[in-house]
Design a protein. Structure first.
Length: 157
């Protein structure tokens, strides 16, 4: 029973695989047949056209038509090159302007640093003078307090 069932399954599987392969081969042959018919039809038409004067003229003029396309392509490439060249000139001009602006800003920065440094030194001088004045003030206050004490002592006597 089991062997019969397995035999049927294997037979069915083999039949299905064979059917698929035959179908695939048939489709390939059908495509080849259609392609052969197309080639035969084109060949027959060419054989009738090859002696036709208009066809002879067309076959001689057709390569010349491509020359015009090449000229158009060359013109388009030349225009593109011209645009790129103009763009390059604009960018170079902008780059030069930015470089000059950068140099100018660096000069201004250096000037500001020099000014800041001079202000720091002048503020240092002012601080020194302030410290001197404060020390003189303290000295004078101490002298004043000593003299006031001296005078206050003299007044009591």
């Amino acid at each position: 029973m089991r062997d019969e069932r397995l035999g049927k399954i294997l037979t069915w599987l083999q039949a299905w695989i064979r059917w698929y392969q035959v179908k695939k081969t048939f489709k390939k042959l059908q495509d080849q047949r259609i392609a052969l018919l197309v080639i035969q039809r084109n060949l027959r038409k060419f054989l009738t056209l090859r002696n036709w004067l208009w066809w002879k003229l067309y076959s001689k003029v057709k390569p010349l038509l491509n020359v015009a396309r090449v000229e158009d392509e060359l013109k388009a490439l030349e225009e593109k090159l011209k645009k790129e060249h103009e763009q390059l000139e604009k960018e170079e001009k902008l780059r030069k302007e930015l470089e000059t602006q950068n140099v100018k800003l660096l000069q201004e920065k250096n000037d500001l640093f020099l000014q800041l440094e001079s202000e720091r030194t002048s503020s240092g001088d002012v601080e020194e003078r302030l410290m001197k004045v404060i020390s003189q003030k303290n000295d004078l206050e101490s002298q004043l307090s000593v003299r006031l004490k001296f005078y206050s002592i003299l007044l009591y006597f």
